[in-house]
Ligand binder design. Sequence first.
Ligand SMILES: [Zn+2]
Length: 239
Amino acid sequence: MTRAFYHDHPDITELESRIIKAKPGAVLFEATPFFPGGGGQLTDRGTVSVADQSYQVTGIESDADDYWHLIDQDIELDGMASLRVDSEFRNLMCELHTLAHIANAIVFQNFGNPLLTGAQLSDNGTLRLDFDLPGADNAKLRALEPEFNDAIKSGLEVSQQYMPWDEANAIDGMFRSKTVAPPRLKDGMVRIVDIAGLDQQACGGTHLVSTDQSRPVKILKVENKGRQNRRLRLGIDDS
Ligand SMILES: [Zn+2]
């Protein structure tokens, strides 16, 4: 993979593509708008249609640089297909993922640059972030909620750029996870996601283009996970 379709064309959720390989219940496309999952973001949901028959995409399995789309029937497809990502689900993932960056950035800046030890978005409009933060005062973490919402309301532009992976790795805080490194693309680059004036970090997911496209967020819970980790549970505040 050099550049992913969902990075270059985040707004395109429907695409006609040729099937280049297939096996029963799994299909490989020349191009796909589906996000395959990763970094705590869930795999896109949606359908594949061939000759007026529609199949649910039940998952995506990566095999080297191939992304096999698993379908809900044990048949072997060929020819041209219409791929359609569930855009409501994608939008929710973009919103939660952007909130994850905002919260991550503000905790990073206020608590001495802790790295993430885990992150997971959920289809119920919540997410959790685990930080390597031994000894942190949970009440102080909880008190960051207004800062998260100020960043949302400020309408900060969210953009992407590419940087040599090794160069990014040498910059403190550009790789924000303690446990997983972001993907090195075939051309040796890594994707950097920038929230104007707030944060820059390597990331392969999908995001909103401005922070004010997000609804407000609330901190649902701050928990200790072992001696080392603090878990923040966040949820979209629809009230
Ligand atoms: Zn991201």
